[in-house]
Design a protein around this ligand. Structure first.
Ligand SMILES: NC(=O)C1=CN([C@@H]2O[C@H](COP(=O)(O)OP(=O)(O)OC[C@H]3O[C@@H](n4cnc5c(N)ncnc54)[C@H](O)[C@@H]3O)[C@@H](O)[C@H]2O)C=CC1
Ligand SMILES: CCCCCC(=O)/C=C/C=C\C/C=C\C/C=C\CCCC(=O)O
Length: 178
């Protein structure tokens, strides 16, 4: 199951950004996990959530969007450490892209995204094609163990990180997964 939908513009109010980017992730994850968990008759599986570099750094841009992505990281990290998780047979991971050339990026409304006029050129310099994220996603899914991983994707390449080590560059080691 993949949690991917999100918005960045606060056109309908910042509460809508939280509803779509964070609340819906929690609701969707709860529904999926209840269906998937092996200890309740399901088949187990993987739940991957699309984070963002905005969920790894503290930015003065789009603080509500950043807060939702940090919230997703905290929520999913909690689930990945749940002591009953192995019995449930569910793995949790996240993918954290830098800027990607998608309708979200192209539709940024400079009236609704703080500091966009100042920073859009820097954002464009870092921008990747969606294919780069798709390939990284497949790499994540092909890994034997993914619970506890954040796959960071930027124009430098891909870096696996443990969820609680996003700032120190520790390489993801599946043998140390939760
Ligand atoms: N484009 C970028 O620079 C980056 C995007 N991301 C993340 O990647 C994910 C995908 O975003 P993009 O493809 O870039 O954006 P996008 O705008 O192209 O796609 C977002 C999708 O979410 C759906 N969506 C929005 N509100 C919804 C709702 N209420 N109910 C159901 N579906 C809804 C839209 O229909 C759309 O298909 C998001 O989680 C975003 O935060 C992460 C890092 C960078
Ligand atoms: C460098 C872009 C980070 C991508 C953030 C994202 O998930 C979606 C961006 C879509 C449009 C751009 C709008 C705002 C950028 C938001 C946060 C930037 C934080 C990163 C930073 O270095 O300050």
């Amino acid at each position: 199951m993949v949690n991917n939908a999100a918005i960045v513009n606060e056109g309908s109010g910042w509460q809508r950004v939280i509803a779509i980017n964070l609340t819906a992730v929690i609701v969707g994850t709860k529904l999926a996990a209840a269906h998937m968990r092996k200890d309740k008759g399901g088949k187990g599986g993987r739940i991957v959530s699309t984070l963002s570099v905005a969920g790894l750094v503290q930015s003065h841009m789009t603080p509500v969007y950043c807060a939702t992505k940090h919230g997703v990281r905290a929520y999913i990290t909690g689930l990945c450490k749940d002591p009953t998780r192995p019995d449930q047979g569910i793995e949790y991971a996240m993918i954290a892209p830098d800027a990607v050339d998608t309708p979200m990026f192209q539709s940024v409304d400079s009236n609704r995204v703080l500091f966009w006029d100042e920073l859009k050129d820097e954002m464009k310099r870092r921008m990747m094609k969606p294919q780069a994220v798709g390939e990284a996603f497949l790499q994540l899914l092909r890994s034997d163990v993914i619970n506890g991983a954040i796959l960071q994707v930027d124009i430098q390449g891909k870096t696996f990180r443990h969820m609680e080590c996003v700032n120190d560059g520790v390489t993801f080691d599946p043998s140390k997964a939760f």
